[in-house]
Write a new protein. Structure first.
Length: 360
């Protein structure tokens, strides 16, 4: 059994969440917002669900430098030395490598769970059981683990994992496929041995660092030079000078798709990456006429299937709308078909062209 004192966590909290515009903005992105209406931001909920899995002082947050104050405000019990601030956006491989080096320097026997800060996780007892099982497995085997989600539809917005044994809780991954076409997604869904790639990982720091040594030696050398600065005032100086030199590449492309020791653990908890307003609708309990509202009082006449969100406790009245997203955010009002909410990012870009950066 893996000792809980060897369990660490890296929470990734550096994204912008542009598909949740206008609520999610560059200055205050979605991970810091209470999108689900429970009184806790998505980042706070991610931190909370680690209770009983990882000691609080062994949780690290990876974020952008501009969000450091938001992290400290929302997670006041986390030490400043546990907030790793990226001075430049370089995708997931560099930040996860740097986090692994810091944790490994502290505890060479460490096993780490990597969690995006903006996902929805249901069935928390099952989540705790699955993650503890994965951490124990990672402590005993030379494997990099990723959680696979049994698909409930042929979704084209997720990456897919093809596995050797769909019934085994731990199984080897045969292929990775990023966001397939609709035709391929239908084939994957019917095949039964394809799973959604959740972006939740578990590994020992030793095994991950071996992966970087084999497949990304230049990046490993770049950051290993900063080990003597860990925990000192010089650490951020090192990061500011060297981080931007790292290749911008995801952990999937940098390591996981190249490694032979990558395995999948099948998730028994419910999961949603909360990538769009429609995905938020899917996770919340509909009210009358299947309308969902967050932070809003709604009067809906001849209207159903709508996602309604307000930044304040506002009365919103709709008539004759079906399957729409309605977002009232201070001086911005967004109304678009729920099935077309992938286009919100493009609408945000058009708003950006107005020249007022505060609205995006």
């Amino acid at each position: 059994m893996n000792e809980i004192n060897n369990n660490f966590a890296l929470i990734m909290a550096g994204g912008v969440g542009s598909r949740f515009w206008p609520t999610s903005k560059t200055s205050f992105p979605k991970q810091f917002i209470d999108l689900t209406g429970v009184g806790r931001s998505l980042l706070q909920q991610t931190f909370d669900r680690l209770e009983g899995i990882v000691p609080p002082d062994q949780i690290y947050v990876l974020t952008n430098e501009r969000y450091k104050s938001l992290v400290t405000e929302q997670l006041p019990n986390i030490g400043l030395e546990h907030i790793i601030c990226e001075p430049a956006m370089r995708n997931t491989a560099p930040c996860l490598l740097y986090g692994a080096l810091k944790i490994h320097d502290r505890n060479p026997n460490a096993c780490t769970v990597v969690l995006p800060s903006d996902h929805f996780i249901g069935d928390l007892p099952l989540f705790k059981k699955d993650v503890l099982q994965a951490l124990t497995h990672a402590s005993l085997h030379n494997e990099l683990l990723t959680f696979g989600i049994p698909p409930i539809s042929p979704h084209t917005g997720y990456g897919y994992l093809e596995v050797e044994d769909q019934d085994n809780p731990f199984t080897s991954i045969t292929t990775f496929t990023e966001k397939p076409s609709e035709e391929k997604a239908i084939d994957f869904f019917r095949a039964g041995n394809y799973f959604w790639n959740s972006g939740i990982f578990v590994w020992s720091t030793q095994v991950l660092l071996e992966g970087f040594k084999n497949f990304q030696p230049a990046m490993l050398s770049l950051f290993q030079a900063g080990i003597p600065t860990f925990g000192t005032k010089e650490e951020q100086v090192f990061l500011d000078a060297e981080y931007q030199k790292a290749e911008s590449i995801s952990i999937d492309y940098a390591i996981l798709e190249k490694a032979q020791n990558i395995s999948m653990i099948k998730a028994s908890f419910s999961w949603n990456d909360l990538g769009t307003w429609a995905s938020l609708y899917d996770q919340l309990t509909p009210g009358k006429e299947e309308n969902v509202s967050v932070n809003a009082k709604i009067i809906a006449q001849e209207s159903k299937g709508n996602m309604v969100y307000s930044s304040k406790d506002k009365l919103i009245v709709v008539k004759g709308l079906e399957d729409f997203v309605i977002v009232d955010q201070e001086d911005i009002l967004l109304i678009c078909p729920k099935g077309d909410d992938q286009s919100v990012k493009q609408l945000r870009d058009k708003a950006k062209d107005l020249g007022d950066d505060s609205i995006v």
